[in-house]
Design a protein around this ligand. Structure first.
Ligand SMILES: C[S@@+](CC[C@H](N)C(=O)[O-])C[C@H]1O[C@@H](n2cnc3c(N)ncnc32)[C@H](O)[C@@H]1O
Length: 207
């Protein structure tokens, strides 16, 4: 019988609980929280939607120092349990709703959000074996790594309010190029890209 032991780590000023059934929080991704908080400070009023939220740390840190409400969506029930627990530990549980399910099924038609944070699996299926410690559901992005990222962009297109922003995490130059190409002529546009050692953050604004 396997045993599960809960760990905790600092993520920005939050303490995040997780275990090895979910993706281990990656410290660099606090940059996604910080950028989202920056956008929220200047952007329209309204709620934040986090897609592929895992244990919730990126979205929770983004709203920790403001009064925004956050809706987190993840398919993995274990990740959702940790997100609930981490929201409570951060003292923001009353502003956070956790929805367990597929991102394309968990947002109601009429809902609109000021900012969408998305952290989909973005590893190419043929390369997932390089990361044996990571749960497959958390990293397998399909043939080109973009299967779930496209779902995130489609969900943002439907549910971002005017002047709202999607902050998307992906992994490679090719993936950034594919996003630019897909959004050519769209009412969503890439407005800034920030490169990090282990991933890339793409800001996509509703024009
Ligand atoms: C790269 S992990 C990110 C988790 C967390 N944001 C983090 O940084 O640790 C991707 C997450 O997407 C979830 N996921 C994968 N496919 C999904 C889908 N179709 N709908 C909702 N969540 C999904 C996984 O369960 C996993 O928690």
């Amino acid at each position: 019988m396997s045993t599960v032991s809960t760990e905790a780590m600092e993520f920005g000023r939050l303490t995040i609980a997780f275990d090895d059934r979910v993706l281990r929080p990656r410290p660099w991704t606090a940059a996604q929280s910080d950028w989202a908080a920056e956008i929220l400070a200047a952007g329209p009023a309204g709620r934040v939607l986090e897609l592929c939220s895992g244990a919730g740390q990126i979205g929770l840190l983004a709203i920790a120092d403001n009064d925004r409400e956050l809706v987190c969506v993840d398919l993995d029930p274990v990740a959702c349990d940790y997100a609930r627990r981490n929201a409570a530990a951060a003292g923001v549980a009353e502003r956070v709703e956790i929805r367990e399910g597929r991102i394309d099924e968990m947002v109601r038609d009429r809902e609109r959000f000021a900012v969408v944070i998305a952290d989909p699996p973005w590893v190419r299926r043929t390369e997932t074996g390089r990361y044996p410690e990571d749960p497959l559901l958390a990293i397998d992005g399909g043939d080109d790594g973009m299967d779930i990222a496209w779902d995130c962009i489609d969900t943002a297109r439907l549910h971002l309010m005017p002047a709202g922003s999607l902050l998307l995490q992906i992994g490679t130059v090719e993936q950034v190029d594919a996003v630019r190409e897909r959004l050519r002529g769209d009412d969503l546009a890439v407005t800034e890209v920030r490169w990090h050692e282990r991933g890339v953050l793409v800001r996509i604004d509703r024009l």
